[in-house]
Design a protein around this ligand. Structure first.
Ligand SMILES: Cc1cc2nc3c(=O)[nH]c(=O)nc-3n(C[C@H](O)[C@H](O)[C@H](O)COP(=O)(O)OP(=O)(O)OC[C@H]3O[C@@H](n4cnc5c(N)ncnc54)[C@H](O)[C@@H]3O)c2cc1C
Length: 434
């Protein structure tokens, strides 16, 4: 229980999105005591795919099959980009560490190689990503080879139409069939929810009934695709049973947020953080002050509740996370009032054309940092030696257009925690930044 007397940690991470969760995990794995403060709602919106870097330059929408080649191009063209400032081998290690930790919580990803993969989306388009959940992998091969394939959806499941996906892909994939079925036990419901279906498939009986409905529809299909509903915490087991009993590879297609793969990712991140001893506090930090080598954080759980830490990681996100706030005067960093790099006036925030390929200047606004991701104060110096900023709050990046959301979060988390471990524990400095 946190009270007025406070608790002391090596590291306090503020914000529990992808960046904050990854930072807390990496800190705990290095033996640092860590508290992770904030609600984790934002991770729910993730698709479960872990993007590293797919598009560079953003203005040309150039897609890369190798995220590492894309990183090299980024380093040449935009050396100030946060991902361009981190050694690619450290980025690879960070992803590998994350994916291994997720596997220990029962969430499997395909082995990470050197390449991005193309994944089918729920509207029949293709998304290029790096870390692909194992339940989606057969879809990557199917999209490449286009064999006879049965696409399924479920009556009442909104925003997912196998017919629409098949229609979008019909020209290049004539052997793609689609079929709609009733989900066993939910036949009377006009509307069904992916999370409810995923939970239902964790029971042996519903699994058996669903598979029995699909078997007669298989025909010549050599692969089966369906919306991402193959279980929550037990997706490994549910997916394996579908493949074994249908006798063909089975793949999930990510659905719109809030999605089952996003929920799986959130639950697995929460589980690994807990196993590694991260103290979780579901509240907000309302004030952050510094006293010599100690940071003092005031929480909103109760009057006077506070914790102290030797280092702080600011992972509070952008506007939706409320790490940044916009008003008539411009964009502000919400907690400390740190200077935000931003366009000179509001008129310059957006391009005239909303779909302008170069993106909007406001999306590249954010915190400037030193080479180790310490945010800078108004004088251009690091605001406090133990304060680090990571993830989407950083300036000079447009993660949505570059398709580097998880990459930015995970790589900057890794880099900041390596530096914190060095500072607090005197471990050998690592060349995680360049
Ligand atoms: C719809 C959607 C789809 C996405 N799909 C993908 C995808 O397919 N692949 C991919 O790689 N990435 C994807 N992402 C991006 C990724 O999941 C992350 O959202 C993104 O990388 C930003 O993460 P972040 O941790 O920096 O910020 P956020 O996710 O915004 O998290 C910041 C957190 O800080 C908290 N916070 C703010 N202020 C305080 C405070 N004072 N005290 C405590 N907590 C505070 C907020 O509540 C919030 O939870 C997607 C994101 C969205 C929104």
């Amino acid at each position: 229980m946190i009270d007025g007397s406070g608790e002391r940690y090596d590291v306090a991470v503020i914000g529990a999105g992808m960046a904050g969760m990854a930072a807390a995990l990496f800190a705990a794995q290095r033996g640092l005591s860590c508290i992770l403060i904030g609600s984790s709602g934002s991770l729910l919106f993730a698709s479960g795919l872990l993007d590293l870097l797919a598009v560079q330059p953003v203005a040309e929408r150039r897609l890369w099959s190798s995220p590492y080649a894309a990183l090299a191009a980024l380093a040449q063209a935009q050396p100030e980009h946060p991902l361009a400032r981190i050694d690619p081998s450290a980025i690879g290690t960070a992803f590998q560490t994350l994916v291994s930790a997720l596997a220990s919580a029962g969430l499997d990803y395909a082995p990470l190689g050197e390449h991005n993969s193309n994944v089918l989306t729920s509207i029949g388009t293709v998304k290029t990503s790096f870390g692909v959940p194992l339940t989606m992998v057969a879809g990557v091969a199917a999209l490449g080879q286009r064999p006879p394939c049965l696409l399924l959806d479920f009556r009442g499941l909104r925003e997912f139409s196998a017919r629409q996906i098949a229609a979008t892909l019909a020209d290049g994939w004539p052997a793609l069939r689609h079929q709609r079925i009733d989900f066993p036990g939910f036949e009377a419901m006009p509307e069904v929810n992916a999370v409810h279906l995923a939970r239902a498939l964790e029971t042996r009986e519903t699994r058996a009934r669903t598979i029995a409905l699909i078997q007669p529809l298989l025909g010549d299909a050599r692969v089966v695709g369906l919306p991402a509903i193959l279980g929550l915490g037990r997706a490994r087991e549910v997916h394996a049973e579908f493949e074994a009993r249908l006798g063909v590879p089975v793949f999930e297609i990510p659905t719109m947020p809030t999605s089952v793969p996003g929920l799986r990712l959130l639950q697995a991140m929460e589980a690994v953080a807990s196993v590694h001893g991260v103290r979780r506090q579901q509240s907000s930090v309302r004030a952050l002050t510094f006293d010599g080598s100690t940071a003092l954080l005031e929480l909103d759980v109760q009057a006077g509740a506070r914790v102290s830490a030797g280092a702080v990681v600011l992972a509070t996100g952008r506007f939706s996370g409320r790490g940044l706030t916009a008003d008539r005067q411009g964009v502000r960093e919400s907690l400390l009032g740190l200077p935000v790099q931003q366009p000179a006036s509001r008129e310059a925030w957006h391009q005239r054309d909303f779909l302008d390929p170069t993106g909007h200047a406001i999306n590249r606004a954010g915190l400037r940092t030193d080479g180790d991701f310490r945010p800078l104060d108004a004088s251009g110096q690091s605001a406090w030696p133990g304060l680090f900023a990571i993830g989407s709050i950083l300036a000079d990046q447009d993660w949505m257009r570059a398709k580097c959301g998880s990459g930015l979060a995970v790589a900057t988390a890794w880099s900041a925690i390596a530096q914190i471990a060095h500072q607090l524990r005197g471990t050998e400095p690592e060349t995680s930044t360049r």
